[in-house]
Design a protein around this ligand. Structure first.
Ligand code: ADP
Ligand code: GLC
Length: 479
């Protein structure tokens, strides 16, 4: 099959979160199954300034945005064997320091930027037709909407089937109704049945209504999005579309995240040489300024600093946690209030708490290799990748039973010596602390701890499995 994946991020070109990991790996995994893959991305600044052997395709596309015509040039490169990556280059839209906004505010022209992106993506496909158009997250949602509502304009792909993946229902692409003119859609679509959402334009909603199939990134999240608690106002639509809604758990990229081959960590190890992790731990301590406290376990977090990730719980019991014999390491960036809190915490506990504010891919690998326990107490979590990286690196995850966390980590059971991590259910600090304490207790028992880590490291989250499920879904649509 010929499949186009449309998204705003993909490794290694541009990343703010797990979306990029998924697009970078899924495109290659689908190719390995024998499909012909095109990946369409904006030419963000990180793409233009990166070292990617970009080629000018010679193609330009011109698309309507409100009353204007706007033009992009199309750059290409190849990843994997023969995955064509198309970059939509329009520097006034995408050559910017950040992808979606500064740390304090979204860019005010995001509606226009992603109207443009989606239309330009369809122009590329109109010239290079595919069987399946697969959009990811709100930035790509309008590609589905235009294909379904303005098929005349995109004749060569009018028959293509559409799939839309929700990576996070909290991000919907919500814009003021004054932006409606930018879309050049009939006013019929500014109604609650389509893109209208409480007097706003909701890009995501358009794709959820119109896509042939909708997927989310775990089975549990597929259920959760149909509930008012986690539906972010769109649960009604999700329930209406229940028959076309599928959960497919993300995989992890073995070429990027494998302690046996990882070039970014100080010492490499596997399931049967997990004792080597101690060397990684010592390197990590030296590097980030944690004191050499011998066997004291390191509890780590790597995350966007946002309430989604459960930082309120961590704050609530942080001092209690530090009454235990632990060291704590955080790598993250995001909401200023959390950045301030953790900066102050590291000053209060010198040598015991290390905090790095920023985005640092290599340090993320070193933390996965060097820490003992990985904390991910999310309020909601569509899939989550770090808990899977942690399992693979023998860094025992402590997670809340929600979304993809629930689907990928099995609670430790001392009686049967089963399980791969510590799982708690209620979103409250005491439940989280109790799970951490259970983890610390296993840590102190050498034999149980080794068993737990081995089981964790033996888990298989290959992309091949997930890619097959997508492949079956596409095939079903074309049948
Ligand atoms: P989300 O996409 O909601 O942020 P995921 O767990 O799916 O959550 O993916 C997060 C990805 O971003 C992981 O690859 C993680 O390692 C990475 N990441 C998050 N914050 C940072 C950071 N500050 N530095 C480096 N990598 C980070
Ligand atoms: C989103 C979700 C995260 C998921 C990622 C990739 O950013 O928050 O849970 O793992 O997308 O699908």
């Amino acid at each position: 099959m010929k499949i186009a994946l449309i998204a705003s991020e993909a490794n290694p070109f541009a990343k703010t979160g797990g979306l990029a990991d998924v697009l970078g790996a899924l495109s290659l995994a689908l190719e390995r199954l024998g499909h012909e893959i095109a990946l369409i991305l904006p030419a963000h600044r990180s793409v233009l300034r990166g070292d990617y052997a970009l080629q000018d395709s010679g193609m330009t596309v011109t698309v309507p945005v409100s009353e204007r015509q706007e033009t992009a040039t199309i750059l290409t490169t190849t990843i994997g064997n023969d995955v064509t990556v198309y970059f939509i280059r329009a520097d006034k839209y995408f050559d910017r320091e950040f992808l979606y906004g500064t740390p304090t505010a979204d860019y005010s022209d995001n509606a226009e930027r992603f109207v443009f992106f989606c239309r330009a993506a369809l122009e590329i496909l109109n010239a290079n037709p595919v069987d399946i158009v697969h959009g990811h997250d709100w930035q790509a949602a309008l590609a589905i909407v235009y294909l379904k509502t303005q098929a005349d304009r995109y004749r060569a792909i009018a028959g293509a089937k559409t799939v839309f993946t929700i990576h996070n229902l909290a991000f919907q692409g919500l814009f003021d109704q004054r932006d409606w003119h930018l879309l050049n859609l009939d006013s019929e679509f500014y109604r609650p049945q389509y893109l209208e959402f409480y007097n706003h334009i909701n890009f995501l909603k358009g794709a959820l209504v119109l896509a042939d199939k909708i997927t989310t990134v775990s089975l549990s999240y597929a259920q959760e999005v149909m509930t008012p608690e986690q539906g972010f106002g769109l649960d009604g639509i999700m329930r209406q579309r229940a028959r076309d809604l599928v959960g497919i758990l993300n995989g992890i990229d073995d070429n990027q995240w494998n302690p046996w081959t990882d070039p970014q960590i100080s010492h490499r190890y596997g399931e049967h040489s997990v004792a080597i992790k101690v060397s990684c731990k010592n390197s990590l301590r030296q590097q980030v300024g944690l004191a050499d406290h011998g066997e004291t376990p390191i509890v780590a977090m790597i995350s966007r600093l946002t309430s989604q990730k459960g930082f309120d719980l961590v704050e609530q019991c942080f001092d209690q946690l530090l009454q235990r014999d632990v060291q704590f390491m955080l790598l993250g960036s995001g909401e200023p209030r959390y950045e301030q809190y953790f900066r102050a915490a590291s000053a209060r506990y010198p040598g015991r708490v290390a905090v790095r504010i920023g985005f640092d891919e290599q340090l993320a690998h070193q933390i996965e290799a060097g820490a003992d326990l990985f904390l991910m107490p999310s309020l909601f979590e569509p899939c989550g990748l770090n808990q899977m990286y942690s399992l693979k690196y023998g860094t025992v995850p402590i997670v809340r039973a929600v979304g993809g966390l629930k689907d990928s980590v099995q609670d430790y059971d001392p009686a049967n010596r089963s399980g791969t991590g510590l799982v708690f259910t209620d979103y409250d600090a005491n439940s989280m602390l109790a799970a951490i304490d259970r983890g610390l207790a296993v840590y102190r028992n050498q034999a149980d701890w080794t068993g737990l880590r081995r089981r964790a490291m033996a888990m298989d989250f290959s992309w091949e499995r997930s890619a097959r499920l997508y492949s079956d879904l596409y095939r079903g649509l074309l049948a």
